[in-house]
Design a protein. Structure first.
Length: 340
């Protein structure tokens, strides 16, 4: 018999580290799929590690034959900054890769006779506000507002949200027998994520973690957005907890497929001041990149996450002050002190 498992794609990324540790604590057998091998410490936590691309349909067929996948966390993606330099590659990885995984989940659901829960991290890049005045007026933006992204990454994410709904509710709706409902699609729209454990990896919101990691290493940093720039953020442990909590929520409690989540929304200057307080003498300045600034300005100042709080009990532990004092600063200090 095939072994029931959880599949995590992109496991070596920023969310993946914490997610694998959280699933291990739940005693869930995990298989991973990533372009790069996992680091040895993380590799010891998983049942089986596959190195390869989500675009490799032969590899997905192999997974289908060997395992009974009952839960998918699809984290693999090409992030926003790189996506603007290589939009075709971004489309292939972010859209075609997600489509392959949804089709894989559909086949798994048909095979073992119950829905496969498919958890998909989306992004505030799915939003697109036209100017700073509109951004200020909009305030806390709901899931169904301003869905006109300006980046390839945002377009990819928004389209894949629609693909997930299609597989969940309308898959092959003209077929003789009903085929939808084999995929239980659940999506979180994440704000900027700040991790103390993994280094920033190319997101356009990464100016916040980049400040921290540079200061902790005694390196100068020039922030690529204006000091008054404001978007929502979340500490990585809360992001991991949100992913796990949404995956475990009873289906009947969910009123929608896509949920905003957020925690705090400081300006870039407020982040700089907190970093300087933690690392006195750190050299942090501002040299806005007008092109990247335009992208960040199209994202909301804050998000309305009331649906997530109501439907499945989303409640971040870390506000801005606690994120710095209890998680970011002490963890980052230990990370870099261990290297000296």
């Amino acid at each position: 018999m095939r072994k029931p498992v959880v599949l995590v794609t992109g496991a070596s990324g920023e969310i993946g580290h914490g997610l694998v540790e959280g699933l291990t604590r739940q005693l869930r057998p995990i298989i991973t799929l990533d372009l790069e091998p996992l680091d040895p410490g993380m590799g010891r936590l998983v049942h089986r590690e596959f190195t390869g691309s989500i675009l490799d349909t032969n590899l997905l067929e192999r997974l289908l034959s060997e395992f009974e996948v009952e839960l998918v966390f699809h984290l693999a993606a090409l992030l926003s900054t790189r996506g603007e330099f290589t939009p075709m590659t971004a489309h292939q990885v972010n859209v075609e890769g997600t489509l392959h995984l949804l089709e894989f989940a559909q086949h798994e659901g048909e095979s073992h006779g119950r829905p496969v829960v498919f958890v998909y991290p989306s992004s505030i890049a799915a939003y697109g506000l036209t100017d700073l005045e509109s951004k200020a007026r909009a305030g806390r933006v709901g899931e169904d507002e301003y869905n006109v992204p300006t980046t390839m990454y945002g377009c990819n994410k928004l389209y894949c949200e629609h693909l997930g709904r299609y597989y969940d509710r309308n898959y092959k709706q003209l077929a003789a027998e009903p085929l939808s409902g084999r995929v239980d699609f659940r999506c979180l729209r994440f704000p900027g994520l700040i991790s103390a454990v993994t280094a920033p990896s190319g997101g356009t919101s990464d100016y916040a973690p980049e400040m921290l990691h540079a200061a902790a290493q005694g390196e100068p940093y020039r922030c690529f957005v204006r000091p008054d720039t404001r978007i929502p953020f979340m500490a990585m442990p809360d992001a991991v907890e949100a992913v796990l909590k949404l995956a475990a929520a009873p289906r009947q409690r969910l009123s929608r497929s896509v949920y905003n989540v957020g925690a705090f929304n400081p300006s870039a200057a407020e982040i700089r001041d907190l970093v300087r307080s933690a690392f006195p003498g750190s050299d942090i300045g501002f040299e806005p990149d007008l092109k990247r600034q335009r992208i960040v300005d199209s994202w909301p100042e804050d998000v309305d996450d009331s649906a997530a709080r109501r439907d499945w009990g989303f409640a971040p532990r870390y506000d801005l002050a606690r994120a710095f004092s209890e998680y970011l600063v002490p963890t980052i200090r230990r990370r870099y002190e261990a290297r000296t």
